[in-house]
Design a protein around this ligand. Sequence first.
Ligand SMILES: Nc1nc2c(c(=O)[nH]1)N[C@H]1C(S)=C(S)[C@@H](COP(=O)(O)OP(=O)(O)OC[C@H]3O[C@@H](n4cnc5c(N)ncnc54)[C@H](O)[C@@H]3O)O[C@H]1N2
Ligand code: MOO
Length: 359
Amino acid sequence: MTNGQCVRVSTGAVVPDCADAVVQVEDTEIVKHDNKEELIIKIKKAPSRIGQDIRKPGDDMRKGDLLFDVGCILSAGEIGVINEIGLKAVAVYRRPKVCVMSTGNELVESMTEEIPPGCIRDSNRPQLLALFKSLGFKPIDAGIAPDRRSDLVVAIKNAFGYASVLVTSGGVSMGEHDLLKDILENDLGFKIHFGRVWMKPGMPATFATGVIGAELRCVFALPGNPVSSWACAHLFAAPLLRHLAGHLKIYNSRIYVKLADGVKLGERPEYKRAWLQMPDRMTGEMQDEFWKTRQETGQVQKEEQFELLPIAHITGGQLSSRLASTIGANVLLELPQKSDGLAQLERGKIVQAFVIAPI
Ligand SMILES: Nc1nc2c(c(=O)[nH]1)N[C@H]1C(S)=C(S)[C@@H](COP(=O)(O)OP(=O)(O)OC[C@H]3O[C@@H](n4cnc5c(N)ncnc54)[C@H](O)[C@@H]3O)O[C@H]1N2
Ligand code: MOO
């Protein structure tokens, strides 16, 4: 190629050394050709600068750039980059294993056709197994154990043959069959770090650690009420598992949301299940102001000024037994307990919420 000449290149192809800009084919016109090759090309729109549409080696990343920080999650994009640069091996954390066990004489396998009087289907184990799997951990089904000391001791010891973290549900409140805490402390010699939390649902949530087979073991003994075990798994068990998986950010993201309806406050701080409705688009006037502020100050104004906060709809009845209140929920609203001056929150009030599922 010399002055006044050009060649056709495809996107991504090598540009000849002597060329210093690329013109898009739609900005050119063939003036003359001999049925095999273009002979004269008219450039309708001249390149605006030297180097136009040429990517130089090192434009995407340079030697010495830090691409992945310790504790980062290898999602689709990161895996793409690993392959793009031909990295043959990366050091990763092992997915933590977690055993899930239901306890209770009243429980039967969920697929049982005829449920004997006084029995119920075990829904906690399948929901907790599903939750841990969806979060990227390796859940192990440790079955149903009856409320009998000797059986529970054997079942817990067995579970620790498969994983160092055990999540149980049921048997942690005040009933005569609620043996878990006593067994952990007295039969297994575990230390109970907390055994009651001032929250709803999940007040009897228990966390204990101990040594079995020369290894540190952790137990979350969660309340049997299905929503209680579900909420405590999100709030307590998932952060520990994320920590073991090497995540730097172990807690669920917290965001501000606006209540779609007024809500009465309870005796305990409460995590209500809710789904988020994204607010309507900004009006034209709001948009003008939004962009003007951004241009002038480089700052985005507080979102609530633009009515941009998501609106939280509580998912019907919030009894700890009503597992259907988890259907479609993507946040846990953090509501304070009622106090002398505050018995309810009005519609439109802004509260904080833990994100528990894609919004
Ligand atoms: N006297 C008191 N009673 C209760 C208290 C209290 O402080 N004093 N706390 C209440 C709270 S809060 C909760 S939460 C529950 C938790 O009790 P447990 O953890 O001992 O759970 P269970 O009694 O075993 O079960 C409660 C409830 O949930 C059902 N359940 C249990 N496991 C499953 C399962 N795998 N799948 C589906 N449903 C399950 C069980 O049948 C009971 O109906 O205690 C309150 N009581
Ligand atoms: O705290 Mo319990 O979990 O209300 O039902």
